[in-house]
Design a protein. Sequence first.
Length: 295
Amino acid sequence: MEMTLLNQSRTLLVASLLGCGLGWSDFRTYEANIEQADWQFDGNPVFCSLSHSIPRYGLAEFKAKASRTPNMAFILDAARNPIATGKVIDIRSVAPEWRPGKLGKEIGVVPVVPGEKTLNVLDDVAWKLLIALEQGMSPSFYYRDFKDDSDRVSVALSTVNFQRVYSNFIDCVEELLPYDFWEIQHTMINFDFNGSKLTEADRKKLDVLAEFLKHDPNIEAVLVEGHTDSIAFRRYNKALGQKRANSVSDYLKSKGVEKQKIRAVSHGEMKPLESNHTAEGRALNRRVFITMQRG
């Protein structure tokens, strides 16, 4: 009797959401059953991922990345046809069948971009989806497909096997590096006159780069460019610039950065930042400039 009432309630809920009097059987539904349901965790100090395959539909994934500000994203990526209608997607927290009597609730409404196959939900709403799963509820997405709105779709995230990897994902998010790629894509190290040794402050700055480089597989190359002021002969300055570039590249390698990713070159005195006619300008020109390049 309880299961019958639950199914009736769920049918009424969906009908109410989409403004129609049709039953649950009128929806094209996608949800992993107990045997199919699985959640996969992957992560490191640069990114965290918690993904769930939905049979015959596509992939659901929670993502967070290294950043100065907290961030969370949920992506529902359909392997099927793009959504044709421009109507909104309703998101609700729904009780699974083995939790009879538990009431669901509205999570939010998300606009649709017609022609897209991917739904992106950010920050607060993404966290609400995670919390619903944490509480044993099934976040569900309801929308109309095709231009004439004739096709009604329901996509649900299964709670089965979620708790098994959820703690790993939350711990990963907590330990993400507090800066992102764009903050450290370009880094400069300055040197004393005729010097090529790294200071303690330089090493700390390079430690930040090395940690990011070790864990971001999208960074394909690191260009390390040595520069000097214009004092001394050009040949001497060319060699000094190379010593500075090697000093930086050797330190990055010692911290675990793959040597094949690093290219160390010298421009000597040929690319000054400032005029070499002042002491301040010459100090700025005695530098190594590091650029990280993504594929």
